[in-house]
Ligand binder design. Structure first.
Ligand SMILES: [Zn+2]
Length: 222
């Protein structure tokens, strides 16, 4: 579903097909957006705060989701295991980027971005395309009950959340998108685990303090 381009960036065919969007999920080899003067970023704080970018570049505040309808701005998040999510509204030409670790997923940062797209720009969830990028997979993401138990509503079908267990953060975010009204057929999921693939991705869980970060980005072409 995703394909890797010659710059080491994973792209989504459904987003490519729009034509008016620049987007992608960077691997550890991607250098395309480094030093790009269009980059807009936040100081990421594992929150559900969504900031509307007006086109001014640089680090524009604190939070974990960015939304814009201004062509030229390149919205970015940096991750190393956390889940990056890209959103695009076909009807209103609005885009958003989301950083969702376990805290942001619980606080529903993806839902906050969708709400902001609606309130500020009139986007409807059914018109959105969504892509869930590479992040730590259920294969590698073992957590204790103090974290797992907080997911018992999102994973109501699961037993064993009261002990050490594996969590699927990408699936948790997919469920957040579905609950917000994004149609299942309009959600693309990378299914790539950052921890399993050291040759391709940074991973905080694997590399700890030495871990680098990958950049994911989306913007409207001028
Ligand atoms: Zn894995």
């Amino acid at each position: 579903m995703f394909h890797r381009d010659e710059h080491g960036i994973y792209r989504v065919p459904a987003f490519d097909a729009l034509g008016w969007i620049e987007h992608g999920f960077g691997s550890r080899h991607a250098t395309l957006w480094r030093d790009d003067p269009r980059v807009v970023a936040l100081r990421q704080i594992h929150s559900a705060i969504c900031v509307v970018a007006d086109g001014r570049p640089g680090r524009i505040g604190e939070g974990d989701a960015l939304v814009t309808a201004v062509p030229g701005a390149l919205l970015t998040v940096r991750t190393a295991d956390c889940i990056p999510v890209l959103l695009a509204c076909e009807r209103r030409r609005v885009v958003a980027v989301v950083h969702a670790g376990w805290r942001g997923t619980l606080q529903n940062v993806a839902g906050a971005a969708i709400r902001s797209m609606g309130e500020r720009f009139g986007s409807r969830p059914e018109d959105l395309l969504a892509a869930i990028g590479p992040g730590i997979g259920a294969c590698c993401y073992e957590v204790g009950p103090e974290v797992a138990m907080q997911f018992k509503e999102l994973f109501a079908e699961r037993d064993g959340l009261d002990g050490r267990t594996k969590l699927d953060l990408a699936e948790a975010n997919r469920r957040r998108l579905l609950a917000a009204g994004v149609p299942a057929a309009r959600i693309s999921v990378a299914g790539l685990c950052t921890c399993c693939r050291p040759e391709e991705f940074h991973s905080y869980r694997r590399d700890r303090a030495g871990a680098g970060r990958m950049t994911s980005a989306i913007g409207l072409r001028p």
